[in-house]
Ligand binder design. Structure first.
Ligand SMILES: [Cu+2]
Ligand SMILES: [Zn+2]
Length: 207
């Protein structure tokens, strides 16, 4: 019996020490995981914000001599449904504005029988199939016919629109045009949806 050592006090002190160390290592692990998670989300965030292949188009007010001030951007994103146009625009008049892809990569004015047309050098609506009629964005007319842009009471346009028949590739080296008035997606009673004068424009360059 002499050789049997009584439970030393050490055992009693060891356990809490190991316990503490174990707890500390768990805490360290949790902290490490948190750090890794944070780094991962920090890395993911900018990627989500600028998803691969998006195209940003700077939009400018049109004048008789060229382009005026920048009024924001429109971001083009292709997905399985077509191309989404996400505007971040200001200084527009509230309501709906005709919105189209025009043929030429220019926002310059054009002389039309002695009358200066702001944005006239952009030409007519993109019409690769030579349909020669203005119609619905999901219809059988110009491929450049997009859903009209909605501008809120503060003069901002932030609502995305979808063009189901387009791809980013088809949009390269053309112009985005925003008109003064709305769009009824027909040539009647007014031609080209009744959008009237060209108000703002941007040239699309797909890299
Ligand atoms: Cu137009
Ligand atoms: Zn059209």
């Amino acid at each position: 019996m002499k050789f049997i050592q009584p439970k030393s006090e050490n055992e009693n002190t060891f356990t809490p020490i190991f316990g503490r160390m174990f707890r500390r290592s768990i805490q360290l692990n949790l902290r490490l995981h948190a750090a890794v998670l944070f780094t991962c989300s920090a890395l993911l965030l900018p990627h989500t914000a600028m998803a691969g292949g998006d195209v940003e188009v700077d939009i400018y007010e049109l004048t008789n001599t060229g382009v005026g001030g920048n009024i924001g951007t429109i971001t083009l994103t292709e997905n399985e449904h077509g191309v989404v146009f996400t505007p971040q625009l200001k200084k527009l008049s509230p309501g709906l504005h005709g919105f189209h892809v025009h043929q030429n990569a220019s926002c310059q004015p054009k002389d039309d029988d002695g009358k200066v047309v702001p944005g006239g050098a952009a030409g007519g609506h993109l019409d690769t199939q030579t349909t020669q009629h203005h119609g619905l964005p999901w219809g059988d007319g110009h491929d450049g016919d997009l859903p009209a842009l909605f501008v809120n009471d503060d003069g901002n346009a932030n609502s995305p629109v979808l063009a189901p028949r387009l791809s980013l590739k088809a949009l390269d080296k053309h112009a985005l045009m925003i008109h003064q008035n709305g769009d009824n997606y027909a040539d009647d009673p007014l031609p080209l949806g009744g959008g009237g004068s060209r108000f703002a424009c941007g040239v699309i360059e797909v890299k």
